[in-house]
Design a protein around this ligand. Structure first.
Ligand code: GLA
Length: 387
């Protein structure tokens, strides 16, 4: 990969002297969905697939971007004096957003750069290709200009840029999972205070399989922001009767006792998901620590049901993938992952069942939905780095 992208950089930008190669992973969330903006826990991991970047400083303020994933767009030009979001900037709104965010945090980017990207995360799949680009850009800026930031800072800056520059009100999970990724470990993160611990993923005879629905979505056009607002309103209603800071402060019993304070059935369901999913995530990590992978899988299944029925962020594509997966022998657990409304599912499948899983679920999906899903057996990898 390194050779290929350096060659491409030379082809696109004339020569590749002084250019350096970097990588940032994508992520998959194993459990804890739509809890990160509700003060709850999440349990994601970084993947070995992600975004490769080649970068080189310039002597002026110009920015030249090229993506091998969007070759039809050619070189997209801009400047450090023009760090404002625009439709024409297309995908470069992500790296530009991060450059802008560094400036906002007192770390003005001192000169322009040429940047070429090549990602092997399927775009819009819900495996965080955009957060991967954000963390990659932050890592390049840190490495290139010596900014004094930790990987956790890179996660927070990435989220800040996505919220403020790209106007997607995402939580911290994706950027954190990517910036803090550790091979063969998932990250048990408490989004209320950013305390976290690594948990080794030892699946003994099973693997993580991702099924991509190929239904494209972007967070901007999904109902993501609407769900956030519903949760915020439900929290405000609950705060009339209970002393809590976030929905993550409640366990199931406390929620059931207070739930009547929420004035609408829909909002009650949304809040119920946030509370129950958070508790489920804590239990799932306990189960994993006790080597009870079967219990972990069962909790993944329950997570999907809650996302389908109470949070209503699945849709026929994701439901078909998951419900067909549940029918296959050797599937330990299966659920949608990420924001939902399209994107991917994550399943834990016994080694000997993987081929059959891909064949059965793939055929049933094509039959019902009319186009094919893609399957990836993935591995858990490290965070961002120079190559
Ligand atoms: C998206 C957001 C995350 C998180 C998930 C849902 O991936 O970027 O912050 O809210 O959806 O769990």
């Amino acid at each position: 990969m390194k050779e290929t992208i350096l060659k491409k950089f030379e082809e696109v930008f004339g020569d590749n002297s002084d250019a350096k190669v970097y990588f940032a992973p994508g992520r998959v969330n194993l459990i804890g969905e739509h809890t990160d903006y509700n003060g709850g826990h999440v349990f994601p991991c970084a993947l070995t697939i992600g975004t490769y970047g080649v970068a080189r400083k310039r002597t002026d303020n110009r920015l030249r971007f090229y993506s091998m994933n969007f070759e039809q767009l050619g070189i997209i030009e801009s400047s450090l004096d023009d760090l404002v979001p625009s439709k024409e900037a297309d995908w470069t709104n992500y790296p530009k957003g991060v450059m802008w965010a560094f400036g906002e945090k007192g770390m003005k980017v001192p000169c322009g750069m040429d940047l070429l990207l090549n990602g092997n995360i399927p775009n819009g799949s819900g495996l965080s290709s955009s957060a991967s680009v954000e963390v990659l850009t932050g890592f390049i800026l840190k490495d290139m200009f010596g900014f004094d930031v930790t990987n956790q800072d890179l996660a927070l800056i990435g989220q800040y840029s996505e919220n403020q520059y790209n106007k997607v009100n995402c939580g911290i999970m994706d950027q954190f999972a990517i910036a803090m990724g550790k091979k063969d470990n998932a990250i048990f993160l408490d989004t209320a205070d950013l305390s976290y611990e690594y948990a080794p993923i030892v699946l003994k005879g099973a693997k993580i399989v991702i099924a991509c629905s190929n239904k494209k979505r972007g967070l901007g056009d999904s109902k993501y922001n609407e769900r956030r607002e519903e949760c915020e309103t439900a929290l405000a209603e609950l705060q009339q009767t209970v002393d809590i800071k976030t929905l993550g402060d409640l366990d199931e019993a406390a929620f059931e006792q207070a739930a009547s304070a929420i004035q609408s059935d829909v909002r009650r369901k949304r809040a119920k998901h946030a509370v129950y999913e958070n508790q489920r995530t804590m239990r799932a990590v306990e189960a994993l620590k006790a080597n009870n992978v079967a219990r972990f899988g069962q909790l993944m299944n329950e997570s999907h049901i809650s996302l389908r029925d109470d949070y209503e962020v699945t849709g026929i594509e994701l439901d078909t993938l998951v419900e067909e997966a549940w029918k296959v022998e050797g599937v330990i657990g299966s659920r949608m992952t990420g924001a939902g409304f399209g994107g991917c599912t994550v399943s834990i499948v016994k080694d000997e069942a993987i081929d059959n899983f891909i064949e059965k679920v793939g055929a049933a999906y094509k039959e019902k939905i009319g186009y094919a899903a893609d399957f990836y057996v993935v591995e858990i990898g490290d965070g961002p780095r120079a190559l």
